[in-house]
Design a protein. Structure first.
Length: 290
């Protein structure tokens, strides 16, 4: 089975929409999809069959439709965040076909950080509501935490140690991982505070996936060594010990500085969607999966 994991990155998430458009139309059938932060929002709309609507939403976004700076400074002692995300909440409630999630042909997994219990939690089709998506994308301090039941939650990227594990447990034997920063590291000197913030966010959002990938590749190597020793493959075909193909999709160019996480615009989204479509097509061709 094929799975897809979508990472976080705020407004850069339009790139994932382009990847999904090409992957779901040209690539092998996808049965499992997971995501965190903006990746959770994109995963939801892919699972509900609203990919065309998702493209339209991104093409007509503006920053003020998603978040606004708080101006009630007289209440600053009661603030839980620097912004108000009522616009995002309204769009999630109105635009997503929530009833379709439970019956989707895709198994869906999104994560959020439970700051009450100090742990990461993963939610699947039967659990997910708009509040879970808001929670998964609630960048601490910037966006307000979300209460679900008796617990408080923030962005899932801040505690997710094994982002690919739910997809593996669900039976994925090929996983497409979509990143929102280029593969090559930044080698230039850090120029200012914003540059530093940008690099720190990239580490937080992508390091867990990289660690999970390394563990899977180690398992694949061990399986190959066992096969080379003529050990019966049936002995290690249990889910945690089967070979898994990993296919990475990276932006072919830098998607911008730290402000690109928070600056939503239709023209920018259209540009990123087209880039995601192009990059995904090239990866599928290179892997012989078109």
């Amino acid at each position: 089975m094929n799975g897809v994991f979508l990472s976080g990155g705020g407004a850069r998430g339009a790139y994932e929409v382009g990847v999904l458009k090409t992957l779901l139309s040209e690539g092998p059938p996808v049965s499992i999809i997971g995501g965190t932060s903006v990746g959770a929002m994109n995963a939801i709309l892919a699972a509900t069959g609203q990919l065309d609507e998702l493209t339209d939403v991104w093409n007509h976004l503006s920053t003020l439709k998603i978040w606004r700076p708080r101006l009630d400074v007289w209440n600053v002692h009661k603030w839980h965040s620097l912004t108000d995300t009522k616009g995002l909440k309204k769009r999630l409630k109105e635009r997503v076909h929530w009833a379709k999630i439970a019956h989707s042909r895709m198994q869906l997994f999104i994560s959020a950080t439970n700051i009450s219990l100090k742990k990461s939690e993963t939610f699947s089709n039967a659990d997910i509501t708009y509040r879970h998506v808001l929670a998964s994308s609630a960048i601490p301090i910037l966006f307000p935490p979300v209460r679900i039941g008796k617990y408080w939650y923030v962005d899932g990227a801040f505690s997710l140690l094994r982002p690919l594990k739910p997809l593996l447990k669900a039976g994925a034997d090929r996983i497409f991982t979509v990143f929102l920063s280029p593969r090559r590291p930044h080698l230039k000197d850090i120029s200012n505070l914003f540059d530093l913030s940008d690099r720190v966010l990239e580490v937080i959002l992508s390091s867990a996936i990289a660690e999970d990938r390394a563990q899977i590749e180690n398992t694949n190597g061990e399986i190959e060594r066992l096969r080379a020793s003529n050990i019966d493959p049936a002995l290690f075909q249990h889910k945690p010990y089967r070979p898994v193909e990993l296919v990475s999709i990276y932006p072919s160019r830098d998607l911008g500085t730290v402000t690109s996480y928070l600056r939503f615009s239709g023209s920018r989204a259209k540009e990123l969607i087209e880039l995601g479509m192009s990059d995904c097509h090239q990866v599928l061709q290179r892997k012989g999966l078109v």
